[in-house]
Design a protein around this ligand. Structure first.
Ligand SMILES: Nc1ncnc2c1ncn2[C@@H]1O[C@H](COP(=O)(O)OP(=O)(O)O)[C@@H](O)[C@H]1O
Ligand SMILES: [Mg+2]
Length: 407
């Protein structure tokens, strides 16, 4: 490396004494360096700017600006500030060496020159400087890699959050399809009853009308389900802040959950709405996603549990609206309470993993997503839970001053 350093390195020597300059020039050229020279401080600065040497040997005692001043200016100039500077002094000079180091010099050599020593010092500083540059480059590369990695993780997390949303919609859709199919089946059955196909008897007009009423009722139900679906799909595509009524959104979401078999047949429902809660500017799809997540978690927690009760309460104080989603499910052990907010923490099997029939699957992104969304509104989720008794998830949404409202 030393050879290579000598061959390729370029040095600027600054000294007002031509004799000394000549000695240095000769032996350093012989040692393989490319040498530039300057006879005073001012021209040294100019030469350094133009030639960009790898190292500067700078005499301190010079007419005009002295070495210290030249060093100061070189260090102030962005295009020369990184070049290592070695000061040169005569043994008889009484200079303040500390001042030189404070100005950014890396070393001192003394005149008369001891050639071997000077060579070793120069090579050492060139090597040091080289290593420093490499280190700097590696640090920059690492920072860049780190940034890339962070971007990849963020993109992947976003992808998973989208997947979580799709999974929730899939779950709701299954229920909706089931509900629609049920009603179609109902209509077909009433049609058979109304026409007497089923019994082979003559049906009184009164009975026929009663069956037609039932058919109409089922058709209305279907129409309502489809209206809701349409509303949700339109609202889910809007990312605008709109004044929204929390109770209304909850009611709509719960309508959807009606189609879920567990929700419909096994869960006792208790809802308490504070009807005086004002509308708050929110993004529909985000808020509905939070409710969907909490409701689906509550159902999951109560899955296979004989005592299933879901209580949803909306309440408020001066500044905030609160939504409590309370279940009588498996609960969360105290040591796991903090973990449920971490992305990817799940106690459920992943999709495609081995599981019991109908056992709910998880991604571990539900609560994390909710927390991220709520951060945007200046809100939060709190949880209290008792193992085998159940949990209460409380969502707090500020009525005003949410970060988004202000912006
Ligand atoms: N209501 C609840 N009752 C009991 N445990 C819950 C409840 N909600 C969430 N958890 C726990 O928190 C974990 C993370 O929830 P979440 O972030 O929604 O991910 P996922 O539902 O995909 O597992 C769940 O796996 C579960 O262990
Ligand atoms: Mg979940």
């Amino acid at each position: 490396m030393d050879n290579q350093t000598s061959e390729t390195s370029r040095l600027l020597i600054v000294d007002d004494q031509p004799h000394n300059l000549g000695i240095l020039f000769d032996f350093l050229t012989q040692s393989g360096f490319k040498i530039f020279v300057a006879l005073d401080g001012e021209s040294a600065i100019k030469r350094a700017e133009v030639t960009k040497p790898d190292l500067i040997i700078l005499d301190i005692m010079m007419p005009g600006i002295d070495g210290f001043e030249a060093c100061k200016r070189l260090k102030e100039n962005p295009s020369t500030q990184d070049i290592p500077i070695v000061f040169m002094t005569a043994l008889s000079d009484t200079v303040d060496k500390v001042q030189g180091f404070n100005l950014g010099a890396v070393d001192y050599i003394t005149k008369p020159i001891h050639q071997e020593e000077v060579l070793i010092r120069i090579q050492t500083h060139l090597r040091l400087h080289n290593l420093q540059n490499q280190l700097q480059k590696k640090t920059e590369e690492l920072a860049h890699l780190n940034q890339n990695l962070e971007e990849i993780v963020q993109a992947r997390t976003q992808q998973l959050i989208e997947q979580e949303k799709t999974a929730l919609i899939g779950r709701l859709t299954q229920g909706i399809v089931h509900n629609l199919r049920n009603r179609i089946q109902l209509i077909l059955s009433y049609k058979c009853l109304a026409t007497g196909e089923m019994t082979g008897e003559d049906i009184s007009q009164k009975m026929t009308l009663a069956y037609v009423d039932k058919m109409a009722e089922a058709a209305w139900d279907m129409s309502k389900i489809l209206d809701n679906l349409m509303h949700k799909s339109i609202m889910d595509h809007s990312l605008e802040l709109t004044p929204l009524n929390i109770n209304e959104i909850l009611n709509k979401e719960l309508d959807f959950w009606q189609a879920n078999l567990q929700f419909k047949h096994q869960v006792k429902k208790c809802y308490f709405w504070d009807d005086t809660i004002p509308s708050i500017p929110l993004v529909y799809t985000e808020i509905s996603q939070i409710f969907d997540n909490l409701i689906s978690n509550a159902l999951d927690a109560m899955w296979g549990n004989p005592k299933q009760k879901l209580t949803i309460i909306t309440r408020q104080d001066e500044e905030n609206v609160y939504i409590d989603v309370q279940d009588t499910g498996c609960g969360i052990a105290p040591e796991n309470l903090a973990k449920i907010f971490d992305p990817f923490y799940t106690t459920k099997p992943f999709k495609g993993e081995e599981k019991q029939e109908n056992q709910p699957t998880g991604t571990g992104l539900g609560i994390y997503t909710c927390t991220q969304i709520l951060k945007g509104f200046g809100g939060e989720i709190k949880v209290t839970s008792e193992i085998n008794k159940g949990s209460i998830f409380t969502v707090r949404i500020p009525k005003k001053n949410s970060q988004r409202n202000e912006s």
